[in-house]
Design a protein around this ligand. Structure first.
Ligand code: HEM
Length: 439
């Protein structure tokens, strides 16, 4: 029998418990939500007694038990009635319900699967940096995994992973998080999991960063509604959200770099591009995290994610478009057909890094100042090429011959675009093999 815990240990345990999300039994979650919905749909209840955060939290408790795909039709109809009655009152609740009802209303896709509209409200309402949010999402992976270990939930292919996988998953998540946060505290966090994350769990959980604003933190927590109850789906979704945030951060910098080039502020443009290259290198961690996903887990939840694919990632396509106008073959391929809004932006003739760089290099007096910039363009091209190649390796391992959830041929489709270059119009930096596809 173990010795009774002393006051210090009890205090630590209580602190750890409060770092992990509250757990409510399945029956209690269902009963709380039913009564909250009665309240929202009762015309005699004054609107100021209704709190969107409370409703979203209760919905989330139920989804953690059943998975979004398995919500009962009558539940969904009542939630749709709340959405219709209160639309426009609370941007968070609007975004939350828009995503929640996607499957029910036959409009499920990457954006709503990943609750990106909720994260966009978080960014807009609090003026947060996408890279900061990316770090918080990675921190949430660590929290989720460690809390499951702390609660000793079942270890199984669709349940929590065994220690070795846990350690690798946590290490890569922390690496991505600390790279986005920077600073000495990050190093301490990484060394904390060098040996055994389960035994160092309490200390590690308490060191994780928290959002600067409580409301933002609450909604980040609620911005994840898995379609299933498979343990690994949670971290997979957080990785895809972090990918979206990382590219949003890169796009802000690319836009600013274009302006800086046009204004001949080459130092500024170079510093911004340096940051973009660092982001792109860092994105490799995202695939390393996902490489810890168990095959069986992926194929179990994948059954319910058809129609949602990262091919619909708007930030990734925006990134391509800001680097330079893609060739007609790329614009006419499923890559851009899957993101009509971005295809329209690109088609409107936006300024790009390629165009601004070509204009700057036409002036011989800028040649010396652009040397470092052109080296960075090459570094970005190479880093992106490595990133695509790791993606193909991961996809072949997880998918084999199966088609993608975005209905492409899968690995074959991805391989076809491996040699495609971001800076295909810049000689010496990236030249597309035009013998295979004409621009
Ligand atoms: C189990 C892991 C993964 C598999 C099996 C996989 C598979 C695929 C497949 C087959 C496609 C082609 C579109 C389709 O039919 O769905 C695709 C596209 C894409 N995936 Fe993944 N993927 C995985 C993880 C990831 C992760 C973690 C990220 C981001 C960090 C990501 C980012 C992308 C992007 C940006 C595209 C669009 C590529 C383009 O259009 O050129 N994928 N993925």
């Amino acid at each position: 029998m173990s010795a009774p815990a002393g006051p210090a240990e009890q205090a630590l345990r209580a602190a750890v418990e409060s770092s992990c999300a509250i757990q409510v039994s399945r029956d209690a979650a269902a009963a709380f939500l039913s009564s909250e919905l009665d309240h929202w749909l009762d015309p005699t209840v004054p609107p100021d007694e209704l709190d969107g955060l409370v409703l979203a939290r209760l919905v989330t408790h139920e989804i953690r038990w059943v998975g979004k795909h398995f919500l009962q039709p009558d539940r969904l109809e009542r939630l749709a009635a709340v959405r219709d009655r209160y639309a426009g009152r609370d941007p968070y609740l609007d975004a939350f319900l828009d995503c929640l009802l996607d499957k029910h209303e036959g409009r499920f896709w990457n954006r709503t699967y990943l609750s990106l509209p909720v994260l966009e409200v978080v960014l807009a309402e609090h003026d947060l940096q996408p890279s900061g949010v990316a770090a918080l999402l990675a921190a949430d992976i660590v929290r989720y995994e460690l809390c499951a270990a702390h609660r000793r939930t079942e270890v199984s292919p669709v349940g929590r992973p065994e220690s070795r996988t846990l350690r690798t998953r946590v290490r890569h998540s922390l690496r991505f998080m600390t790279a986005h946060l920077g600073g000495a505290a990050s190093e301490d966090l990484l060394s904390a999991i060098a040996h055994d994350p389960e035994s160092d769990l309490p200390a590690l959980l308490l060191q994780l960063p928290t959002p600067p604003i409580a409301t933002a933190g609450e909604w980040i927590e609620l911005s994840l509604q898995p379609v299933s109850t498979v343990h690994d789906e949670y971290f997979f979704m957080r990785v895809l959200q972090a990918h979206e945030m990382a590219f949003a951060g890169m796009n802000r910098r690319l836009r600013d770099a274009v302006v800086a080039l046009r204004e001949h502020e080459y130092d500024v443009a170079t510093r911004l591009l340096e940051e973009v290259v660092a982001f792109m290198d860092r994105n490799a961690s995202l695939f390393r995290i996902v490489a810890t996903m168990r095959y069986e887990a992926f194929h179990t939840f994948r059954e319910f994610t058809d129609g949602a694919s990262a091919i619909q990632s708007e930030q990734y396509k925006r990134f391509e478009g800001l680097c330079g106008l893609p060739p007609a073959t790329r614009l006419g391929s499923p890559a851009f057909e899957s993101v009509p809004a971005v295809r329209a932006e690109v088609g409107e003739g936006q300024d790009t890094v390629t165009d601004a760089y070509l204009a700057a290099s036409a002036d011989e007096r800028s040649a010396v100042e652009l040397v470092k910039f052109s080296t960075l363009l090459r570094a970005l091209e190479d880093s992106h090429r490595r990133w695509k190649s790791t993606h193909v390796t991961l996809a072949s391992r997880m998918l084999g011959e199966a088609r993608g959830s975005g209905y492409t041929s899968g690995v074959e489709y991805l391989s076809e675009w491996l040699d495609h270059r971001l800076f295909w119009r810049l000689p010496g930096i990236g030249v597309t093999d035009t013998s295979r596809r004409s621009a």
